[in-house]
Design a protein around this ligand. Structure first.
Ligand code: GLU
Length: 505
């Protein structure tokens, strides 16, 4: 079999959408499964849409996901340049090849004229198609005598080069996911191959590059499926062997209605980009939201592909092993933000307390708290199962690091009795007398003290937790006070009484 060579070919027009990352991933998995080559090609022939920083963003995203590029703008390779703008006008010679064999022609129609025709066709409820049906009435090298169009060329009149779509032909295409597709050329445009600025369009540039780079399989988004018949015809016109094609299904909104967009993410609070986008209108990224790359990749892989088994958890190597184009779905895949969290929860549980403590220490440092790794490991072991992200550890354990700023109103209503401040002051004095503050011994002592005093255990313990934590949540109270220590415990009792005490009379 011919060597598998696939390419991910994004246009650097902004941050890479997660749909694009999934396209890259499927290309990568397919390449690695087949011991092939994964190429990154930057498609930037449309300079008006070029966005500064997008190229670096694309490469950083692939790196974060663990997709290693074999050939690309940084890695080099034998089939470069891998950035289309670096080839500048080299594409023109390929358009000329088609001119020479009669499959392409010059068209001098002005944008204004084309717009006028489009509007009038639409007014009559028709789509405007520039092909054999109207070609002879337009200003081009097929409708005009040779002397005339040559004169226009000499006068440097702006022109484009269009593909000459054959008249009334059924084009038979094959797609590895969609199967056999037949389209009649009467519904297809004489697509522009070279624009008025001399640059190639996507249709010409990608096809020339796929040929020159010996691409064996073109795996790309569904939005390119309507262009497939044109691409089949172009391969025929050039007399080149075609790669195989696979068009990937769309990523849909969580409600299944339409394509997943940035606005859905903004509305529902989940990112639609792999990394934070720092330029212009900024956008959230999975990495900065605290997702692990292995969770992100695992989730993406299953959005549009299934292994044919119940297995949901896959490492990158397992994905490579299990992946096949045949199991990519035909219909769109609904994005599920909750499932994304579920994957992260899973991968966080696989991390050791020590690994998490190191990550959490960085998080704490950023907020000005400095703690021993051993202490953090102990805290993490208390809440690990409840958290999906490192930042959740803070939500679950903030009271280990700082005294409460607010006190839960419901708990106050239920547990804060007129006698509570006096009881807590007594408890404070009792704790002040104690030399050891280890959880078990302190618990025994405090419970014994409550019993002796014949106080209501529930009321005292809940009020005690309220002044320490600010609410009724959290792990074992005596673990908490042992961690924060005697001085802080006494201070919190005092603060709690001062803040809550007078509110309830
Ligand atoms: N530059 C195209 C895009 O960003 C690539 C499509 C393809 O893979 O052929 O959609």
């Amino acid at each position: 079999m011919q060597q598998v060579r696939v390419r991910f070919a994004p246009s650097p027009t902004g941050p890479l959408h997660i749909g694009g990352v999934r396209t890259a991933l499927y290309n990568y998995l397919f390449a690695k499964k087949n011991k092939g080559i994964f190429i990154l090609r930057i498609e930037d022939t449309d300079q008006t849409r070029f966005v500064e920083g997008a190229e670096e963003y694309i490469m950083e995203s692939l790196k974060w996901c663990g997709m290693k590029i074999d050939e690309g703008i940084i890695e080099g390779g034998n089939y470069g340049p891998y950035r289309q703008s670096d080839k500048k006008l080299q594409y023109r010679q390929y358009a000329d090849m088609l001119m020479n064999n009669g499959d392409a022609y010059y068209a001098f129609d002005t944008p204004g004229k084309l717009e006028e025709l489009r509007i009038s066709a639409e007014r009559e409820g028709n789509a405007f198609i520039y092909n054999a049906s109207i070609r002879d009435n337009m200003r081009n090298s097929l409708s005009m005598p040779e002397s005339k169009w040559k004169e226009l060329l000499e006068k440097e009149e702006p022109y484009v080069i269009r593909y000459k779509m054959p008249l009334n032909e059924d084009v038979h295409c094959d797609d590895m996911i969609r199967g056999h597709i037949v389209v009649n050329t009467s519904t297809l445009d004489d697509k522009v191959l070279i624009k008025a600025d001399g640059m190639p369009t996507y249709h010409l540039a990608h096809l020339v590059d796929d040929h020159l780079m010996k691409i064996s399989h073109v795996i790309r988004g569904e939005e390119w499926l309507p262009s497939l018949p044109l691409h089949f015809l172009l391969y025929r016109s050039f007399g080149w062997e075609k790669p195989l094609f696979a068009h990937l299904p769309l990523l849909l909104k969580p409600d299944g209605k339409g394509k997943l967009s940035k606005r859905d993410g903004d509305k529902m609070g989940f990112p639609v980009f792999p990394l934070f986008w720092p330029y212009g209108e900024t956008a959230k990224g999975y990495r900065e939201e605290g997702y692990y790359p292995e969770a992100f990749v695992n989730m993406l892989a299953l959005l549009g592909w299934n292994p044919g088994t119940e297995q949901e958890i896959f490492t990158m190597d397992e994905l490579i092993n299990a992946f096949s184009i045949e199991r990519v779905h035909k219909s769109g895949s609904r994005f599920d933000p909750e499932k994304a969290k579920w994957f992260n929860h899973h991968y966080l549980q696989l991390r050791s307390n020590n690994e998490l403590a190191l990550e959490f220490r960085d998080y704490l440092r950023a907020q000005g708290y400095h703690h021993d790794i051993g202490d953090l490991e102990a805290i993490i072991s208390l809440v690990k199962e409840r958290v999906s992200f490192v930042k959740d550890i803070w939500r679950e354990t903030d009271f280990f690091f700082k005294s409460p700023d607010v006190y839960d109103k419901e708990v106050i209503k239920k547990r804060w009795k007129p006698e509570t401040p006096a009881q807590l002051l007594e408890l404070k004095a009792f704790l002040d007398e104690r030399d050891t503050f280890t959880p078990q011994i302190t618990e025994q002592a405090v419970k014994g003290w409550i019993e002796k005093k014949e106080y209501n255990t529930g009321d005292v313990m809940n009020a005690f937790r309220l002044v320490i934590v600010g609410a009724s949540r959290g792990p074992h109270l005596f673990d908490i006070i042992s961690f924060i220590g005697k001085e802080e415990t006494l201070m919190r009792i005092e603060k709690g009484i001062a803040v809550i005490g007078n509110k309830v009379q």
